[in-house]
Design a protein around this ligand. Sequence first.
Ligand code: SF4
Length: 119
Amino acid sequence: MAILRKSKLPWFPAIDPDACRADLRCMSFCPQEVFVWNRETGRPTVAHPQRCLPGCQICVDVCQTGALTLPERDEFQSAMERLRQPVDKRHLYIAYRRPETPSAAAPNRPGARGKETSN
Ligand code: SF4
């Protein structure tokens, strides 16, 4: 089984500041609110790259100056294959194994192993 972490996928736009006209089209059309307005530069910035949807390219399509770029398909594809490598099962075992001895705090709970008490 492979686990893909969205935060590790290299899919988010880059802005060429020289080409950006700050017309806000990317901010208006992005369904994920990846961009925020930067007062200091007077342009949008990619503030939340982890929100970007892999495969989406709405912002690139609506930008009239070509200021936005996304990763090349080959680059994205090879990153996906790298991330799809099987997870080392020893780490899963360590993360999810149950305690081998019953909890000392609740010795009489139903189903607990250990010394039974009778009244
Ligand atoms: S690719 Fe789509 S989700 Fe990502 S920033 Fe552009 S419009 Fe938003």
